[in-house]
Unconditional design. Structure first.
Length: 304
């Protein structure tokens, strides 16, 4: 039994209190906003666009497919603040509902393409050998095509539809995830803790999933965030070229195509508002991705 010296007081050592998950998340968001305020601002813009897409049925003042033949091709005014198209559909409602379709396609394509590409790069970097050589030649072949041309060819071959557009855009994202994650795995597989796991008899699957894959989360998140903007542009381009999601489903690309098909000089509001929605969304996700990269990459991390 330990005795205390005369005049001393007993001060118990308290264990650190673990903060709740929501408080840790709030602290992380505040740190992100302090280190990169511009990226945090555009993150708020991206969150607002996502919220608009989720709440589209309640935010849109009109049905996106409902025509008002008494207000065809009207410029912005009190009843239709973004104007109407050539058959009287409200442009604001179509922009709001178009955000749901465009973001759904872009998010689905990026998650599918980046995830499959990351797993492909994980296997290439870990196993190496002939499998890695053949995989890199296949990736180089895919990267030899411009993203839009490759996506358009795949969409035309598979046929029109939401699922085919997602697959077409996802295939264009495969090489990027494969190359980046492969480079990360090549730098990790020779580290001491991976060699120790291999020495104690851990299987290849356990080493890849338990010891290497968690270190690939940061580059995966950066890829997914920055590629959302590219996927939105490809989806809008496919819709504009007529090989994307078929009308009358409102998408930003379809709206631009309808505007240009209405005449030699399309109404300015039918071009401005869908184009502005695409520009703001792409800019928001790109700058948010840059901020996430600065925070998660230790080489770019700045001191508070």
């Amino acid at each position: 039994m330990t005795t205390l010296e005369p005049g001393t007081t007993y001060q118990p050592v308290l264990a650190p209190v673990e903060l709740p998950r929501w408080r840790r998340l709030g602290r992380g968001l505040r740190m992100f906003a302090k280190r990169s305020p511009m990226s945090a601002f555009w993150g708020v813009v991206a969150a607002a666009i996502i919220a608009m897409a989720i709440l589209a049925p309640w935010l849109a003042p009109y049905e996106p497919l409902k025509s008002d033949f008494r207000a065809m091709a009207k410029p912005p005014y009190a009843a239709h603040v973004f104007g109407t198209d050539q058959i009287g559909r409200d442009t604001l409602s179509r922009v709001i509902h178009g955000s749901r379709t465009s973001l759904t396609v872009a998010a689905g394509a990026v998650l599918l393409g980046t995830t499959v590409g990351a797993l492909w790069g994980l296997a290439c970097g870990y196993f190496g050998g002939r499998f890695d050589i053949l995989s890199q030649r296949a990736i180089e072949f895919m990267q030899s095509f411009p993203d839009l041309i490759l996506a358009m060819a795949i969409a035309m071959a598979l046929g029109a539809g939401t699922g085919t557009v997602i697959v077409a855009i996802a295939i264009t994202r495969l090489p990027f995830g494969g190359r980046v994650i492969r480079a990360v795995v090549l730098s990790l597989k020779s580290l001491s803790y991976v060699e120790a796991a291999r020495g104690v008899g851990a299987s290849h699957l356990r080493i890849m999933l338990r010891h290497i894959l968690p270190q690939c989360v940061a580059p995966y998140l950066i890829l997914a965030t920055t590629h959302l903007g590219v996927a939105i542009i490809i989806e809008a381009s496919l819709g504009f070229l007529g090989v994307g999601i078929p009308p009358p489903t409102p998408t930003w690309g379809n709206m631009l195509a309808d505007a240009l098909n209405s005449g030699l000089v399309p109404p300015w509001w039918l071009v401005l508002f869908p184009g502005l929605a695409i520009t703001l969304t792409v800019l928001a996700f790109n700058l948010l991705g840059d901020g996430i990269r600065d925070i998660l990459d230790p080489r770019l991390r700045r001191a508070v």
